[in-house]
Design a protein around this ligand. Structure first.
Ligand SMILES: [Ca+2]
Length: 325
């Protein structure tokens, strides 16, 4: 290699080892506009920009967004969450907060095992709440991830509002690569809209206070229409021609007569007056078909994936058996 090419090679090495800091986000037009909006809500514009100048673009966040686990088939997704250890850990978390769980079920009308399963899938009962600075994750996705930029810019703005409402420092908050925080992994807009102060200490702390987190997960499901009077899923047969593609989202718009006329068998009689949908999944021993109620749909409002909702449903069922709920 002649010396000129050696220099070029060294430059490439140097370039690739530069951390992905780069443009000061506070200078971006979107952030200037966001600071204007926050100022109109009573926040200090200069302070917002000062915080934004300290944020960092994270390539790891963009890479993580580009490989979501929900693209898997059910037979490959299920084993990630349906493990004995996760069921056993639910028992420990339940024992530590038993009175809170019982109160959440009674006051908010969401079963203990469903709240447990969600917190179990989201963060392993608070053990993995995420190590990204939420503000870096949201800024990266809001400014350098064009296909979801509008959504994440909104969440970034909500993070500042949340900081002011709850007395939290936006730069100190940790979360997932998508900016979801705390035991239940609430994004800022959900924290603002559905977070509750379940221990009545005057603060909504979904990050470090399990009582507020448990109440808030239950409140989220309750506010999206959870109904204790019926279940979540039931296995059915004869659905091959009704289900056009597998592992899809659900809408719960069909009445039971439509489904029975289509040849589907196994729908519980107590669901006669409900709107339902049929979900097809690639299971470990072949295709599976499930009738699902609005409760299943409600879980997909927490995370828009039928695989996620089925993992929560089956984990909840195993937890209920294990705890004899
Ligand atoms: Ca509280």
């Amino acid at each position: 290699m002649n010396s000129k090419w050696k220099i070029v090679a060294w430059l490439i090495v140097l370039w690739s080892s530069v951390p992905s800091v780069c443009a000061d986000y506070s200078q971006r037009a979107e952030i200037q506009a966001m600071a204007d909006r926050l100022a109109s809500k009573g926040l200090d514009r200069a302070e917002v920009l000062k915080v934004m100048a300290q944020t960092t673009r994270l390539d790891s966040v963009i890479n993580a967004m580009n490989r979501p686990a929900e693209k898997k088939k059910w037979k490959n997704y299920r084993p990630i969450f349906l493990k004995k250890a996760r069921v056993r850990a639910a028992a420990d978390f339940y024992e530590a907060h038993r009175s809170t769980f019982i109160r959440a079920e009674r006051e908010l009308g969401v079963p203990v095992e469903v709240i447990l399963a969600i917190i179990g899938v989201e963060t392993y009962y608070g053990k993995n709440k995420g190590s990204f600075r939420a503000i870096d994750a949201l800024a990266t996705l809001g400014l350098d991830y064009p296909k979801r930029a509008k959504f994440f810019l909104g969440e970034l703005e909500s993070l500042f509002v949340l900081g002011r409402e709850e007395g939290l420092d936006p730069i100190a908050l940790k979360g997932s690569y998508a900016g979801a925080m705390g035991f239940g992994q609430f994004i800022p807009s959900s924290y603002l809209a559905y977070g509750i102060d379940f221990d009545s200490d005057g603060r909504r702390d979904l990050i470090n206070n399990p009582v507020d987190a448990i109440g808030s997960v239950a409140n989220y499901l309750a506010r999206h229409g959870w109904n204790m009077n019926y279940g979540i899923v039931a296995p059915v047969t004869g659905a091959e021609s009704f289900v056009r593609s597998m592992e899809t989202g659900v809408k719960v718009t069909n009445n039971i007569q439509t489904l029975r006329v289509a040849g589907i068998k196994g729908i519980p009689d107590i669901w006669s007056d409900l709107k339902l949908d049929i979900l097809g999944l690639h299971g470990s021993s072949g295709p599976e078909y499930w009738a699902v109620t609005k409760n299943f749909y409600v879980i997909t409002r927490y995370n828009r994936s039928s695989l996620y909702a089925m993992a929560v449903t089956q984990l909840a069922s195993q937890i209920a058996k294990d705890l004899r709920l």
